[in-house]
Ligand binder design. Structure first.
Ligand SMILES: C[S@@+](CC[C@H](N)C(=O)[O-])C[C@H]1O[C@@H](n2cnc3c(N)ncnc32)[C@H](O)[C@@H]1O
Length: 312
């Protein structure tokens, strides 16, 4: 197993202050970069990941090192039932380190990277028993033109060339299916005006991001996961979320603001008529970003934004 460098590790540990007797859920445990540090502080950790391969690796490691990480396969969109099944309710902290890990990006068979040729898959849970049947390939080959446009525009934030790329996909479908990341990258490159082709990677990154979000319903799961996470925290427990693009960060920011308000009545109401009470206190007015040193040594940290809140 390759070494993994967790993003914003000191900051995460600073918010959680792990100690014996404390319980945490790492809802995106991956290769346990953060979870191991929580365990080293003496805490107990439930490590959840939707990728069954990474959970299997973690289980075999945990068995040999007898760490206190209890690793389970699951989607944080169902965090409440996963936590209840594993007796991890009323916890001191929940971490969500969103997106994909190096273990997924580096494996060409998973189809996440346009820099390595592989099948157009992109499912986080490709090897799980109940894995999603939607893949990047099924989207590229079968989605309606308007739906492709919508996801490239909304999830890829590709406003300039989205239409050209969708046009190229529709034309290519008439000749046969698009099966690999390499084929899709080449198609994206050829769809760009000549002077932009040397930077085709910038556009491909956005299109691949859009497909990954759609395949894994990443934004829907994030909304559901955040809601459920709050109900699993004890009073004073903390929720820490690290996101890597503006769509995720906006969801986290708006969720925290909503949950930190005592009243959710429309501004036009002269008096409050709702029973809403704030459930969270925001700990990060602005998102925490990686230090210059971390950003220099870990490219993934450059776009990371951490937001934290405490259960009231
Ligand atoms: C950035 S990595 C986590 C890295 C981890 N913090 C570490 O230090 O090793 C994100 C992980 O979240 C997992 N993941 C993505 N979406 C998920 C979801 N909805 N539920 C559970 N895990 C998810 C991915 O499979 C991946 O392993």
């Amino acid at each position: 197993m390759l070494a993994h460098t967790p993003v914003l590790l000191n900051e995460v540990i600073g918010f959680f202050d792990p100690k014996p007797g404390k319980k945490f859920i790492d809802a995106t445990v991956g290769r346990a970069g953060h979870a191991n540090q929580l365990v080293n502080g003496g805490a107990e950790v439930l490590g959840v990941d939707t990728d069954s391969e990474v959970v299997a690796e973690l289980k075999s490691q945990s068995a040999s090192r007898r760490t206190k990480i209890k690793a389970v396969v699951g989607n944080f969109g169902n965090l409440k039932s996963i936590a209840e099944e594993n007796d991890f309710t009323d916890v001191d902290g929940i971490l969500m380190d969103l997106g994909l890990g190096s273990h997924q990006l580096d494996d060409s068979e998973r189809g996440f990277s346009f820099q390595k040729d592989g099948p157009l898959d992109m499912r986080f849970d490709a090897k799980s028993q109940n894995s999603n049947i939607k893949t990047a390939g099924s989207i590229v080959n079968f989605y309606a033109e308007k739906d492709l446009l919508r996801i490239f525009f909304q999830y890829g934030e590709e406003k300039r060339f989205g239409k050209r790329i969708v046009g190229a996909i529709m034309a290519r479908r008439k000749l046969g299916s698009i099966n690999t990341t390499g084929e899709l990258f080449e198609l994206i490159k050829q769809a760009l005006p000549g002077q932009f082709r040397f930077r085709a990677g910038d556009t491909a990154r956005k299109i691949f991001q859009a497909l990954r979000i759609e395949v894994n319903d990443e934004l829907g799961n994030l909304e559901r996961g955040l809601q459920q996470a709050v109900s699993l925290l004890k009073s004073g427990g903390r929720l820490v979320v690290i996101s890597f693009h503006s769509l995720e960060d906006r969801i986290v920011k708006q969720f925290f603001v909503r949950e930190a308000r005592d009243c959710v009545c429309p501004p036009s109401f002269p008096v409050c008529r709702c029973d809403a009470r704030a459930r969270l206190r925001i700990l990060t007015k602005k998102p925490v970003m990686a230090s210059g040193d971390e950003a220099r040594t870990n490219s993934r940290a450059r776009s990371a934004k951490l937001r934290a809140a405490e259960k009231i």
